[in-house]
Design a protein around this ligand. Structure first.
Ligand code: AMP
Length: 314
């Protein structure tokens, strides 16, 4: 199968208590693509400006990602985002967002991208996500990520776009914000009820606490890989999504059931844990498949649980 992703391709300025980078390769689509490249053929759709060069494209090409749908906008500036993290990395403040070439972007997908069986609509303006979804007529499994900004300024468009995908991936706080419900599980169950068509699975990302999967008759929660040192969480959610969706693509988008989704979460969790160990794409760009496999095995070992029933009182 092949995976197409649309979303931001960016330069990020990031400051954490452990260091800073003034300008590094980032963007939701980039983090997603690098992670998904461990599983399947990946194509990135999105615009870049004059400031985006061969060195940046080579990071994606180095992992075999197809960049022929990356559109160079002459005279334009690449999407730019600046953020700063608090001391425990749980709080993040956006210091600057410059849409640049995304402001007037009209997605035009190549025939190969249109025929991808699996589609990921990474975080970007929901109208653009929907324009891509409409062109990807071959997609048998589509997932979507978004953020608080679009819930605040483009909620109606976002709700409409969510109605066109199979899986919604959002932070738990964003699920509550989107539905106005104070509880993550009830927020997810409400969204499952928006279809059909519409999502049949919801991933609630919970930062350092991991992620939960909510389906019509299932609930599964996986903690984050227990790391003692985290350097930069930027892109962790997109890297999780890349591992999660990439695994689904590799295993067959036609047979998606709860068991498959749960295993896919383990791969997303493993990939995300590498992403946060260094700044931006630095760690994942030189990661090996064997390292991913080893961390999934370790995650399986540390999260394993089996009951030995005892007589309970009362
Ligand atoms: P995450 O840490 O998973 O929220 O993703 C961070 C990435 O999202 C960074 O690499 C940014 O370039 C990108 N990003 C930040 N704000 C936006 C936005 N408004 N639209 C699209 N991408 C964004």
């Amino acid at each position: 199968m092949s995976v197409t992703v649309v979303g931001s391709i960016a330069f990020d300025a990031v400051k954490t208590p452990f260091g800073e980078r003034e300008r590094m390769l980032g963007g939701a689509a980039v983090h997603f693509a690098l992670a998904a490249s461990f599983f399947d053929d990946v194509r990135v759709v999105g615009p870049v400006g004059d400031d985006f060069g061969e060195a940046e494209l080579d990071v994606l090409r180095g992992r075999g990602v197809d960049v022929s749908d990356v559109e160079h906008v002459a005279g334009g500036e690449t999407f730019f985002w600046a953020g700063e993290y608090g001391w425990d990395l749980n709080s993040r403040e956006t210091l600057e967002t410059r849409l640049g070439v995304f402001e007037h972007f009209e997605p035009k997908l190549s025939p190969a991208a249109r025929e991808s069986e699996v589609l990921f609509l990474a975080n970007i303006q929901p109208d653009l996500q929907r324009a891509v979804r409409a062109q990807c007529t071959g997609a048998r499994f589509a997932a979507l990520d978004s953020m608080n900004l679009w819930i605040e300024i483009a909620r109606e468009s976002l709700v409409q776009t969510i109605g066109t995908v199979d899986c919604l991936v959002l932070n738990d706080a964003e699920l509550r914000q989107l539905t106005g419900r104070p509880n993550t599980v009830s927020a997810a169950r409400e969204i499952l009820g928006w279809g059909p068509p519409g999502p049949s699975s919801i991933i609630a990302k919970q930062g350092e606490y991991g992620a939960a999967l909510i389906t019509s008759d299932g609930y599964f929660s996986l903690p984050a890989f227990p790391l003692e040192s985290v350097v930069d969480p930027t892109g962790a959610g997109d890297t999780f999504a890349g591992g999660f969706v990439g695994y689904i693509a590799a295993q067959g988008a036609d047979a998606v059931d709860d068991e498959l989704l749960r295993r896919a979460m383990a791969y997303g969790t493993a990939l995300a844990s590498f992403n946060v160990e260094e700044f931006g794409t630095e760690r994942v760009a030189r990661l090996t498949g064997e390292e991913v496999a080893e961390r999934v095995r370790e995650l399986e070992r540390v999260t394993h649980f089996s009951d030995a029933p005892i007589a309970l009182r009362g």
